[in-house]
Design a protein around this ligand. Sequence first.
Ligand code: NAD
Length: 728
Amino acid sequence: MIRWEHREDGIVVLTLDDPVQGTNTMNARYTAAMLSTMERLESERASITGVVVTSAKDGFLAGADLKDLTFAVSATHNGEAAGTEAVAAGAFRVVEEMKGLLRRLERLGKPVVAALNGTALGGGLELALACHHRIAVDRPDVRFGLPEVTLGLLPGAGGTVRVTRMLGVQDALMNVLLQGQRMRPTQAKQAGLVDDLVATRDDLLPRAIEWIKANPGAATQPWDRSGYKMPGGRPKDPSLAMMLPAFPANLRKQLKGAHYPAPHAIMCAAVEGAAVDIDTALRIESRWFASLVGTPVQRNMTQAFFFDLGHLNRGGSRPADIEKSVATRVGVVGAGMMGAGIAYACARVGLDVVLVDVSMEAAERGRTYSRKLLDKAVARGHSTADKRNAHLARITPANNLAALAGCDVVIEAVFEDLALKRETFATVATIVGPDVLLASNTSSLPISSIAEAVPDPTGFVGLHFFSPVDKMPLVEIVRGRRTGDVALARGYDLVRQIDKTPIVVNDSRGFFTSRVFGTYVMEGIALLGEGVPAASVEQAALQAGYPVGPLAVTDEVTLTLGRRVRIEARKAGIEMPIHPGEVVLDRMIDEFGRGGKSSGKGFYDYPGDGSAKRLWPGLADAFGSVAPPRIDIHEMKERMLFAEALESVRCLDEGVLTGTADANIGSIFGIGFPAWTGGVLQFVETYPGGVAGFVARARELAARYGTRFTPPASLVARAEATSSPRSR
Ligand code: NAD
């Protein structure tokens, strides 16, 4: 696992190379090898002049093997963690052991250099932080950071403590720990996590050796030297002390009151650790780490952001046995908000893009969208003028579909109009060859109906991007009735090529994401209709962990959109019971003439003079009641969460969804379902009392608010199976 090479100049090169797996992780093999390596380093210390730690794999070292972490949480029943104390004690022991070895490494008394040949996230970076100097290869695919917070955890192998001592409490929390940024090498250097960059892997070892020879005395960490001063001061120093009270307040503001224990624990570990000596700080960090392991939020977030996300990105929903495809030239039809964003995303990874609209002016406007984003990146130092120019040069604007000849893929993003889309594709099919992948970015029209316009619907797929495309990490791939596996696999490969996460769903109105999202929005609007003050509705959603309240988000997409989709659906013969929110929408549009943000007035007023939007005061008169209903905020939150979770179960029952990972990641990445839940279906599984508890609660809500909360039969059957005495 750790190869040992003792060179003639006394430098020991340690090369991490897991014999079983393709990547190095902090698994049991690693810990055992690290222990014997440490013992050998200490016993041969006299003949050693320095140490270089590197890896033989593409990456340096990934973090803890999270499958191992489940050791601590395997004994669970019905969504409740069992034996919390035993779990915490186990987690504490594991990280204490790991960090004990790292502490011995940094106190070996010889200069130790991390030669980072590839990505080092989480535990991998923590090993590097325990070295005295870090040199990294500057490759575009390489990332450094401590993303534990995104998994509901904290960096428990000394990362919290060392970053705090390197950067100071404030910078450590803001720039590294609380958001878990994954940085490119140049960003990591700017942030102070990496000391030096080299152009290629081959340059690493010579540079590391050079550094050791030039710095024979650099065998201690700054915090182990006398006179060490923590950047920005310690908590007792006035410079930091006066800022401390704002920290938890800012965190609460960022989280909007939603339930995320990890950032809180990280903040505590960083501040408390900064007040004491390093060894005590490391122990405090272990205790905070142990407090998180096995908690419902940690399990949910680890499941979603590690297991589910990994499953999807590794091809979990891609048809197997189809050769991987690589696109080189992509056509985008429609250079509006979505088309312009799709063109940007494709050109970003080096694809040539033909961007077609009805006029050159409109197509150019689409390219200008990229120019603006790139100018901003250059101004912020995230990119260079050369890179911007190359990116823009890959986008060719055009005003004629004939320009699409020679593309491997054509993605359509014209107006949401079935006839227009069909007409567009009928023409496109006469221009491009039969082997070109045809894709529509429609957000609600049936893919199967659009596909009928082309001679070969097996080569047609839905690629549903989210707005703004440059920021949103998800693409919902929609399989039409006749979409073939090859087209699906090619759609999948393209999505991965542009660095986004694909979920795969079957065709249906609104597919999975738009359909489920609609239930959230409508539930919030229904609450308003019941007389709940609008501010309370929005607040309940934010406290539940939604990024935007249902009224604000409805204003963004317009109040008329949802109504149009429902009218169309009913016209198409789809049975849809009247939702109580519909009455509110009708009155807002027809009686008060409030269509949403684009028309300057919706649930909010948009003053247009630069001042902030505010809830329309008329809402209280229109929908309020003299005695507002006494609905507990917890119940309001659960109504929104349950509405989406139940609709997702229906999507699963109807075969719109075929995988739980698609549902969980799709809901968090695409439509803002709160991340602490682990996603819509994980929410059902880990609801207190498990599936049975969820069903019981859904029945209560159904009795109070209507049949939309009635749990589907499939769920009831599962609840009965899990709560029967035999299965206990
Ligand atoms: P938009 O109005 O901003 O842009 C549409 C563009 O298509 C316009 O520039 C228009 O000139 C162009 N166009 C119209 N007819 C054309 C034709 N025959 N040939 C070439 N170009 C033509 O709309 P948008 O918001 O970018 O939405 C585009 C599609 O993406 C719609 O189907 C929409 O439902 C879907 N979508 C939108 C969002 C969103 O949040 N806006 C999200 C996902 C999907």
